[in-house]
Design a protein around this ligand. Structure first.
Ligand code: XIL
Length: 367
């Protein structure tokens, strides 16, 4: 076991190009931000963000529960600060997310009389929410994850309350409302585990259905919350190839590489998964062993080699967080673990994996 501090890459910060410079001919490089990042409360991480990234995604502050907690109340403060931060730093600003089954208050789906909302009521709420939120940041937020995670693992549509109450056209409606609210914004579909063939096929069908319906969809986001050993490089490669044929931008929207033992056989990123604490599943509280560190570096290098290979269609690669200490993987799907999924360690020092990633930019293929 070696201390995590020794895994930092001494001298990297000065000797290396930044991520956004290294990949400027290939794709945008970004991170998901929380409030401590864009309010400047965490100066170390804010400095990393300004230096390394040219696009940002809000980790939580634009989710329905945060920005529209009650029927009559929108809470724009944190989202306003997020957008201002992106503008001050010349970043491509993403909005995440408008229509999702998670982090959406129950009242959205209820009629206020103890029953479920009906189609008309839910469509009216969706329209109001999208017009208000997208409209507020019109021309400033450049791309929206309009619908998040509408698919099951077998590629069929998830039986969310959106689907059950409105019907299959809820996706079309969400994109139409977003387009009406800001005709110049890029509109995306976003999901996890799109490397698995069945779900990949479902996503392709979903995008084609939207295109057939005349909906303006600009991109598909594959979240990429991945493990050291899966999905395989081949599966990632195949997904980028197949998505590249859809005529939309392909984006890696929530990249992190989980080095901790899996809590279950479920390999997805379903935020509702929860497991009890178990020391055996939290083995690296004092640092990660060299063999795991090496596997981590190799994993990031092979993923970025694929992104570079597919950079004609890959438009953006966004990490889900900035430093290891802040990652959601310290608390999901088990609370209180010590996770190491990102390129910057708990002190904000670049890890060796950053060098491995930067190496891939030199290799091939410029748009
Ligand atoms: C996660 C955030 O990182 C956590 O802070 C929050 O508690 C739950 O949601 N897929 C998504 C993201 O699209 O919005 C999720 O973010 C991670 C999985």
């Amino acid at each position: 076991m070696i201390a995590s501090a020794t895994l930092a890459c001494a001298g990297c910060a000065t000797a290396q190009p930044t991520l956004k410079e290294a990949f400027k001919e290939h794709f945008l490089v970004g991170a998901a931000l929380n409030e401590s990042h864009f309010t400047g409360r965490d100066a170390v991480q804010t400095a990393i963000i300004k230096k390394q990234f040219n696009t940002i995604t809000p980790e939580n502050v634009i989710k329905w529960a945060r920005i529209h907690p009650n029927p009559e109340r929108f809470a724009f403060g944190p989202a306003d600060r997020y957008v201002e931060f992106g503008e001050r730093n010349g970043m491509f600003i993403i909005g995440h997310t408008l229509v999702w089954h998670s982090q959406t208050p129950s009242w959205v789906f209820e009629n206020g009389k103890g029953g479920a909302a009906d189609r008309e009521m839910l469509l009216a709420r969706m329209s109001n929410h999208i017009h208000t939120v997208v409209g507020r940041y019109k021309g400033r937020v450049k791309g929206w994850d309009v619908v998040n995670e509408a698919l099951n693992e077998d590629g069929s549509l998830r039986q969310s309350r959106w689907l059950k109450i409105i019907g299959q056209d809820y996706l079309i409606k969400a994109f139409e409302f977003a387009h009406a609210a800001d005709p110049d914004a890029e509109l995306y579909y976003n999901d996890f585990s799109l490397e698995a063939p069945a779900k990949r096929e479902g996503a392709i069908a979903l995008v084609k259905n939207l295109q057939t319906a005349g909906v303006k969809i600009a991109g598909i986001g594959t979240q990429m919350h991945v493990k050291l050993d899966g999905p395989s490089t081949q599966m990632v490669d195949d997904t980028l190839t197949e998505f590249g044929k859809l005529g939309v931008k392909v984006m890696v929207t929530e990249l992190d590489v989980d080095v901790l033992p899996a809590a279950s056989r479920d390999r997805g990123a379903d935020v509702s998964l929860r497991f009890a604490q178990n020391p055996a599943l939290n083995p690296y509280t004092n640092g990660i062993p060299p063999a795991i560190q090496q596997a981590f570096n190799n994993r990031y290098a092979s993923l970025f080699a694929l992104y570079v290979k597919h950079s004609k269609v890959v438009d953006r690669v966004t990490f889900w967080g900035v430093t290891d200490g802040d990652s959601w993987l310290n608390d999901w799907p088990i609370r209180g673990r010590t996770s190491y999924p990102l390129l910057f360690d708990r002190s904000g020092e670049p890890k060796l994996a950053l060098s491995s990633v930067l190496e891939t930019a030199k290799k091939t293929h410029v748009k």
